[in-house]
Design a protein around this ligand. Structure first.
Ligand code: CTP
Length: 238
């Protein structure tokens, strides 16, 4: 994509090594990050959601902003302060997130999709409260329909821009994470195990479509964020 309209190189930011290890002035990037869970409402007071603190996405947004990049953070409901300099867009459902990410990614250079998007939503959202009737049945069914895959949808039109997904897996996750990366058309996938949930630290494996694989043992999410922002900074310019 064309870089002509972009602001000049951000001179006050420090210098990062490029892919060949050379230091060069850092160019200001436009970075989109997603964080937190989505909520899929059953009725006005109940919803389906995923476990997610939002910390990983917020750490990436904070790190990218600290380095002088322009950051849009699309966040589900979380209890975290907006990092300095970051433009935050609050959303609830997966469908809201899709719209917000598509808009923010227009003209952006990089996407980090750290949100825990709900795969399913109730087929109907009741306008009034769902009443558990006295003496009624002991079971009930909620019909679910598939949500859009935000990452796969946006990655389809990414062109040469870098897109990083996350996979939280239990058991032998590496094969599954790699196949998600290929299926969704990602450049990298960050594989976490469930111990990362609600934690300030996370051990991760960074898997690249180019065949690279980097194990990042137990790191603070801020440290992991540094490695991840380096990826966008060293991504080949087009
Ligand atoms: N993701 C997304 N939209 C969805 C589901 C997932 O954008 N509807 C993104 C997540 O933000 C994450 C990546 O896809 O970056 C992998 O998410 P994950 O839930 O592990 O993948 P799924 O395709 O939902 O597979 P699974 O069946 O394991 O839940």
């Amino acid at each position: 994509m064309t870089r002509a309209a972009e602001p000049p190189t951000n001179d006050h930011a420090d210098r990062a090594p490029d892919a060949r290890g050379r230091r060069r002035a850092r160019r200001q990037l436009r970075v989109v990050v997603t964080a937190g869970p989505t909520r899929e409402h059953i009725d006005p007071v109940r919803y389906l959601s995923n476990e997610s603190s939002g910390r990983m996405g917020f750490a990436i947004a904070a790190e990218a902003s600290r380095r002088g990049h322009r950051v849009a953070l699309v966040s589900g409901p979380v209890n975290l302060p907006t990092p300095p300099g970051v433009r935050r867009i609050d959303v609830e459902s997966a469908r809201d997130m899709l719209v917000a990410v598509q808009r923010a990614f227009r003209g952006a250079d990089a996407l980090y999709m750290a949100a825990a998007v709900a795969d399913w939503r109730p087929a109907r959202r009741l306008s009034g409260k769902w009443r558990a009737k006295d003496g009624g049945a002991a079971r009930a069914k909620i019909e679910l329909v598939k949500n859009p895959d935000v990452l796969a949808t946006v990655a389809r039109g990414k062109g040469p821009r870098i897109v990083v997904g996350f996979a939280l897996e239990t058991g032998n996750g590496e094969r599954r994470a790699r196949s998600k990366m290929m299926k969704k058309g990602l450049d990298y996938v960050v594989l976490n195990d469930a111990s990362a949930l609600n934690a300030t630290t996370s051990s991760a494996t960074l898997i690249g479509r180019d065949g690279t694989r980097q194990v990042l043992p137990q790191k603070k999410k801020q440290q992991l964020a540094r490695v991840l922002v380096d990826l966008a900074e060293t991504w080949p310019r087009t």
